[in-house]
Every structure is written in structure tokens, then in C-alpha cells.
Design a protein. Sequence first.
Length: 198
Amino acid sequence: MEKSLERPDPAESDRALVAAMVARDADAVARLYDRHVARLLGVAYRILGETGEAEEVVQEVFLYAWRAASSYDPFRGSVLAWLVVATRSRAIDRIRTRKSAVPSDERGRDPLAGLPAADDVEETTASRQWEKVCRGAVAELPEEQRRALELAFFEGLTHPEIAARTATPLGTVKTRIRLGLMKLRERVRPYSSREKNA
């Protein structure tokens, strides 16, 4: 009787989802994604400082988790730790790739390191305009949606953690995040399309 009142162990539940992924249950990876995407996006964003790249890294991590589910070893740590390590590793790889894109001289030094950065006015202006659009779009969100998104993407909290932090039902938190993201997409879509066509 007492056992029925106990809350399920999230780590055990995660392990069950990975086991289901080994059996090629696509619903299991979707559930694992829903459970941990916010935290992993937060980790990737803190390293990369760029939302689009952070989203790409997290997609790569879940694709890796799907393909390599059988390699998960519960004795080496939790499923979340496994996913966080994979996210951190891929994000750092992207930072290294950015650095290696700059050629070095025969002594291994970056020949551009001593030079002042080129002042590309057009690029700087476009970047500032895009930042202004994004900030404006976030500022236009209702307070509760904006707060939920900030906790998810900038602090890396999971939906249940946001619910606990804000004393809000879990379903409400999920709805606020979904609605907030939909409004942001609609607000920035015209500018995003303009950039692609430029």
C-alpha cells in the first residue's frame, strides 16, 4: 500500500526509456527528449552562446542517443549525465571547429591574433538589428511565458523544475513554454526570411 504512494524514481524511469530505445521504441526517445531537452539546450547555449547552434547540438545528441542506446552503461552514471556529457562534448567540438577555421602560420600561431578586428559596419549593424528584434519579441511575451522560457533556456531547468520553482502546475508550464516559442517564431519569422533571401 505504501509503495503505491511513492513517487517514481526519474533515473530509473530514464533507464527504462533507454532500454526501450534499444528495442527501437521511437516513443521512448520522444519522451526522453521532452523530459531533458530544456536542460540540454541550456548546457549547449551556455557553451556556444548561440541558440541555433545549441538546438543543432541537442538534435545531434538525441540522434546519437537513439543510435547508441545500447552503449549506455548505468554503472557510469545517470542517463541525464550521459546526455549532458554528450551535449557538452559536441558543443566544445563546435567551438574548436570555429577556432580551427582560422589558419595558423608555420609556428602554430594565429596570424590574425595580433591584428585589430575588422570593423565591418554592415555586419555589425545587421547583428544589432537582429538582436533588437529578438529582444523586442521576448519583451512582448506575457510575463509568465517569458519567465518560463528564461528558466528553460538560460538556466537549463527541466519542466518539472520550473513548475517547482514557480509553484505552477506542470501542464501550465509546458503550455506557457509552447505558446511562448510559437509567438517568438511568428514574431521573428519575417526577419529570418529576409536574412535568408539577402
